[in-house]
Design a protein around this ligand. Structure first.
Ligand code: AHR
Length: 312
């Protein structure tokens, strides 16, 4: 008995020590939204729960800073890098450096564009194209029985060179393409930031670009909130069909007040999947090429009492 206890005690202790010795470099894109803050907390919390040492860097939406952050991880010889990228292009040279240094990389949330699948272990995140598709489906369903020759969409895009912007646009246009009346006639970029969207949307109002618009489709809630503030300040009546993405609490509250029509969820709680994947990697288990986070959609067709608490 005493011997067993001794052996078990020893092996547990060494397993624990092993995890504490593992250093994970976590490179976060920024702090641009409540969504991002929730995603950031979820990943940090779950990695800490597993007892990994986390070396954390936030690049505050600066792509050059993010490259520096990853280079710091490589120089420090961390055991694994969790990369939540800002931009989707230009990652090959730095990931090649990580590979040469034998440091595996897990991409989370946004995708990177490369044919070199050998440069990273896996991608964990939502399907942004499916999110755009869900937004488009709401629009086509909404106007299905309406006798109207044209349906004009004002699109508020996220930052250029990012996968959610490209794929949310593609998914939306692909789906609304089934109804030839629906067209994106105005498009602005709000960088996923409330204040920036408010500024550019205000300018669009001043330039008369809202004339004949039926739908406002925004790539995230923060920008939708900015656009709504601009409408209010310009005393423009909100007669638009409004479709947003993320499902932050603030936006769901507006859905319940019927001030917006459809909110496509982007689930930020990916920390568990990330920490489990890291664990599986160190246990030498097989890891799938893509790990999808599940999302849903909330709209004015829902029974609002069934919407789960948002927590972000
Ligand atoms: O990459 C995910 C997007 O980034 C979220 O939809 C948005 O809120 C964040 O800025």
């Amino acid at each position: 008995m005493i011997f067993c206890f001794f052996i078990t005690g020893c092996s547990n202790k060494s397993a624990e020590k092993k995890e504490k010795e593992i250093t994970i470099g976590f490179s976060q894109a920024g702090t641009e939204s409540s969504w991002r803050k929730a995603q950031n907390k979820s990943i940090n919390d779950e990695l800490n729960k597993q007892n990994y040492q986390v070396m954390y860097r936030n690049s505050f939406s600066d792509p050059k800073q993010q490259i520096q952050d990853v280079m710091t991880f490589i120089a420090y010889q961390v055991d694994l890098i969790v990369l939540s990228p800002i931009e989707e292009n230009g990652w090959e040279p730095i990931l090649e450096e990580a590979k040469q240094a034998k440091i595996p990389v897990i991409i989370v949330d946004r995708n990177i564009t490369t044919d070199r699948k050998d440069l990273y272990l896996t991608h964990i995140g939502s399907s942004f194209k499916a999110q755009g598709g869900r937004a488009g489906l709401y629009v086509t369903n909404h106007f299905q029985r309406k006798e109207q020759d044209s349906i004009n969409v004002f699109e508020i895009k996220g930052s250029e060179n990012t996968s959610p912007t490209r794929l949310r646009h593609d998914g939306f246009t692909e789906t609304v393409g089934r109804d030839p009346r629906v067209k994106i006639t105005q498009s602005i970029t709000g960088d996923f930031i409330r204040l920036k969207a408010k500024e550019v949307f205000s300018q669009a109002i001043d330039e008369g670009k809202l004339e004949s618009i039926d739908v406002i489709y925004s790539h995230n809630d923060e920008m939708t909130l900015g656009a709504l503030e601009a409408l209010k300040e310009h005393q423009v009546e909100n007669k638009y069909v409004i479709v947003s993405i993320d499902a932050q609490k603030e936006m769901i509250d507006l859905l319940k007040k019927r001030q917006v029509n459809c909110v496509v969820e982007c689930n930020p709680f990916m920390g568990n999947l990330v920490a489990n994947t890291v664990k599986r990697y160190f246990e030498k288990a097989t890891i799938p090429e893509d790990i999808y986070v599940s999302d849903t959609v909330f709209s004015d067709h829902n029974d609002f009492s069934t919407i789960p608490p948002r927590n972000y």
